[in-house]
Design a protein around this ligand. Structure first.
Ligand SMILES: Cc1cc2nc3c(=O)[nH]c(=O)nc-3n(C[C@H](O)[C@H](O)[C@H](O)COP(=O)(O)OP(=O)(O)OC[C@H]3O[C@@H](n4cnc5c(N)ncnc54)[C@H](O)[C@@H]3O)c2cc1C
Length: 439
């Protein structure tokens, strides 16, 4: 079995090969997957090298899922993603299904278990198991993992006398440890989330210089939201409960609703429902500054049922709300609605309380930024990529996979499934071409 090089203290600069068949830029989830499939496909006929700027590989895999790595979800479809068109996302997802992810890891010695939420984790409950399996499989497929070597420029070279239709390409990669020529490049540099892991958005620059566009705006996804300093929700810090959060236009048209638990924090709101809606709010408000967020504290109830409950004779508003909600929240809702917590509830106050319970306005002032976000909304549009191969339509010989693309999933293992599927397609295609008799 090949040695696992994950935590080797590679302080000194690695040796950069002069020329390779496939250069993978970025050895995170998508890059490791793309390179190992390129290596497997080439089956020894091509030299596959993955470069990464990080001293230690897989920082994001190791922190994922609270250190347990939520590898995928039992049911994945294009509806779980945003960014590029659903049809385009589906085309890539169906090339490498959840079952294939489970089988891949099983064959790599990692059994996955499904939790009640539908999320899949390694039975070890350790993300390290996933990282080690990926590195082991890549190494077994003869992939060379070269790090720390940050790619600072990629130039496509056209060689003299290249005939029309000639499919051979060469690229010159500059790294901070030396230069390398490559026949194929797979760009897997990630997006902008968790920049200290090495994914700081420079991949977008590299893609742009090779002819791609980057969608605008690029914003954090799966990110906690910030409320004004003195907002009452901040005083409920630590409270977690199921909610529904809606994004609406100023005229009240509902654009998105997410459900799941919400955590009140000392800065505002977090938890799955908030993380899932964050990218929609951030993208929409770029063009429609008037879009609004509101929160339903009783997501299984409607305004009518809440109103009916509050009308039951002989029960104070606080007594009614306390049946479902923590007392400090129930008291705050009464206060915000201008409704008495005890005693009679006049009609107007009742209507306001119903509104506060089912649609508390969230005057969000910002988000916690890329250093806290789990993903990136925006990137290279899938329209610029041949979805059968993930080869660039702008720059033949360049392939793209993972979060560098304009695809982001909701919370639950979807972003990794995207990395596996797009990495598989790109790796297979790049490996196949180099293993054929190309000049
Ligand atoms: C805290 C946290 C928890 C998460 N938990 C989950 C989870 O449980 N389940 C899930 O599905 N998703 C989760 N995600 C999201 C998931 O980790 C990412 O979507 C996924 O890792 C993206 O894979 P990628 O390979 O495209 O990019 P990345 O993982 O960001 O990898 C990109 C790699 O490229 C390298 N790189 C960048 N630029 C260069 C360059 N110029 N030269 C050389 N190397 C470069 C970086 O060092 C990095 O190693 C989480 C994210 C975070 C931040």
């Amino acid at each position: 079995m090949a040695a696992v090089a994950e935590n080797e203290p590679t302080q000194k600069k690695p040796k950069i090969p002069a020329a390779v068949d496939v250069a993978v830029v970025g050895a995170g989830a998508a890059g490791l997957f793309a390179s190992l499939w390129a290596g497997r496909t080439a089956a020894g006929t091509a030299r596959v090298v993955a470069f990464d700027g990080a001293r230690k590989l897989g920082a994001k895999i190791l922190v994922a899922g609270g250190g347990r790595c939520n590898v995928t979800h039992h049911k994945v479809s294009e509806a779980d993603f945003a960014g590029s068109s659903p049809a385009a996302i589906r085309k890539v997802l169906r090339r490498f299904s959840v079952d294939e992810t489970i089988r891949f890891f099983a064959e790599a010695g990692v059994t996955l278990k499904q939790e009640e939420t539908g999320k899949l984790f390694p039975v070890s409950d350790s993300a390290r198991t996933i990282l080690q399996a990926l590195i082991r499989e890549a190494t077994t497929a003869a992939v060379e993992l070269v790090h720390p070597a940050r790619v600072t420029a990629i130039e496509r070279l056209s060689h003299a006398g290249q005939a029309e239709g000639d499919q051979s390409h060469w690229f010159r990669l500059q790294t901070d440890a030396g230069d390398c020529l490559a026949r194929r490049v797979i760009l897997c540099t990630g997006g902008k989330s968790l920049p200290k892991s090495g994914s700081d958005g420079f991949g977008h620059e590299l893609a742009k210089r090779l002819g791609h566009t980057i969608t605008s705006p690029v914003v954090p996804a799966l990110v906690p939201l910030v409320l004004p300093d003195a907002h009452w929700i901040r005083s409920l810090s630590g409270l977690t409960l199921p909610t529904a959060i809606s994004l609406t236009t100023a005229s009240g048209k509902r654009l998105e609703t997410t459900t799941g638990s919400t955590l009140c924090t000392h800065l505002g709101l977090s938890g799955p429902a908030v993380l899932d809606i964050s990218r929609h709010w951030l993208i929409r408000r770029h063009t429609e500054p008037d879009v609004r967020l509101s929160l339903n504290w009783l997501p299984t109830e409607t305004t009518e049922t809440v109103e009916a409950m509050l009308q039951v004779a002989g029960r104070s508003p606080l007594a009614v709300l306390r049946q479902w909600l923590p007392e400090r929240l129930a008291r705050q809702l009464c206060e915000q609605a201008g409704a008495p917590a005890t005693g009679d509830l006049p009609r107007t106050a009742r209507k306001q309380l119903v509104q506060a319970v089912t649609a508390t306005p969230l005057p969000v002032v910002g988000d916690r930024g890329f250093s806290v976000a789990e993903a990136t909304a925006g990137g290279v549009p899938l329209a610029e990529v041949n979805l059968k191969t993930m080869e660039s339509r702008c720059c033949p010989g360049l392939y793209l996979a993972g979060e560098v693309l304009d695809v982001d999933g909701r919370i639950g293992g979807f972003n990794f499934q995207w990395a596996w599927a797009s990495g598989f397609v790109a790796g297979m295609a790049a490996g196949k071409l180099t293993s054929s008799n190309e000049s």
